[in-house]
Design a protein around this ligand. Structure first.
Ligand code: UT7
Length: 327
């Protein structure tokens, strides 16, 4: 995660809000944001270096970057990540699925391996999403933070620890406008060479209908988790650790309660990260694996939800691996 910490106190000095409101409604105390000149690919490279080192790997067959805050609309950032990591001319592409990006990406990487396209994949979730958040908007500025997390996936046996799956993935595009950056894409393009007069200033930033998103998040994460547990043949009592997307502590707690997963099995670091979109879950896994809160042999349920709307879940038994975390 980038070093610059933005505390709730910092936000209170420039927004019409209170520390009590932010912490009680979201569980967030502080978040990290990139400094000027630092972008998503920079965070992705740092996470990639650490993941490769932890895995003891110097080469992979593909690099996949899940991000919704790309350095540029074109090209994808993954080829630059691969080059800067010295990985050569490997397959490299970005995947955009907002806060579900890590689960969608795991499924995509598993597919690359299953189809024989790759024997190993470096998969990174990285976001400098604070650059898409209006610093003057009290409904979004407290929520989002920047960071990156990465994993190295390799071909293995389906019954060995670390094998990922089954999956449940879903979407509901009828609610695309609930969480969106409306300007800058092909629908509301910045005028060619004529400035940005046709895009209202607020449309360059994220717009979020927080209450509606919250309700969808709880319902979809709970249903998706139930589906994947069913597919895996697990019951809720089989779940040793619940790694839910860190969007709001109340969402995570509510989903865990509905699934009957005890509080002490729920992983959370949102108090220090905020919502880091596709980077949220890998940062959580890395931090808790490094601290020992997540350990080899534990059965992990991973569930995410975000803009799109989109959601996804998977399960795995945590393998005996080294994790490196820098929060
Ligand atoms: O991964 C997906 C990405 N996003 C999410 O998952 C976000 C999901 N949504 C949420 O986490 C919550 O909806 C929020 C934390 C964003 C908001 O919490 P809420 O309990 O749903 O509050 P609300 O939006 O219903 O707003 C309640 C009140 C409103 O005032 P009125 O209309 O009741 O007078 C807001 O204007 O709180 C007000 N408010 C604030 N007050 C102080 C909204 N933001 C703030 C603020 N400080 N920062």
């Amino acid at each position: 995660m980038p070093p610059a910490v933005v505390t709730n106190t910092d936000l209170c000095s420039r927004l019409d809000t209170t520390q009590e409101w932010i912490e009680s409604r979201t569980g967030i105390r502080e978040r990290r944001t990139v400094s000027n000149g630092v972008a998503t690919v920079d965070l992705a490279v740092e996470a990639g270096v650490r993941a490769l080192k932890s895995a003891g790997m110097f080469a992979v067959d593909a690099v996949v970057l899940a991000t919704t805050s790309p350095d540029r609309t074109c090209p994808a950032g993954a080829p630059e990540v691969a080059s800067r990591l010295g990985l050569g001319n490997v397959a490299a592409f970005d995947l955009t699925s907002a806060c579900s990006g890590f689960v969608y990406g795991l499924a995509t990487c598993a597919g690359l391996i299953a189809t024989g396209v790759a024997e190993s994949v470096l998969f990174i979730g990285a976001e400098a999403f604070s650059t898409f958040v209006n610093p003057a908007d009290r409904t979004t500025a407290p929520i989002f933070g920047d960071g990156a997390g990465a994993v190295v996936l390799r071909r293995g046996d389906g019954d060995e620890p670390g094998a990922i799956g089954p999956f449940d993935l879903g979407s509901d595009g009828r609610h695309a406008d609930l969480l969106a950056v409306f300007g800058g894409g092909s629908r509301q393009r910045a005028a060619n060479g004529l400035g940005h007069a046709d895009v209202p200033a607020e449309d360059w930033y994220l717009s979020m209908s927080g209450r509606a998103v919250y309700q969808h998040a709880v319902a979809r994460m709970t249903a998706s988790a139930r589906t994947v547990l069913d597919r895996a043949g697990w019951s809720a009592t089989d779940v040793d650790r619940f790694a839910g997307h860190q969007a709001n502590l109340r969402i995570i707690t509510s989903v865990a309660q509905q699934l009957c997963i005890p509080h002490d099995r729920v992983l959370a670091n949102i108090d220090r990260t905020g919502n880091a979109l596709a980077a949220s879950i890998p940062i959580l896994l890395a931090e808790t694996a490094a601290s020992g809160e997540l350990s080899a042999g534990q059965r992990v349920l991973v569930t995410a939800f975000g803009a799109g709307l989109s959601w996804g879940s998977t399960v795995l038994e945590w393998p005996d691996i080294t994790a490196d975390s820098l929060i």
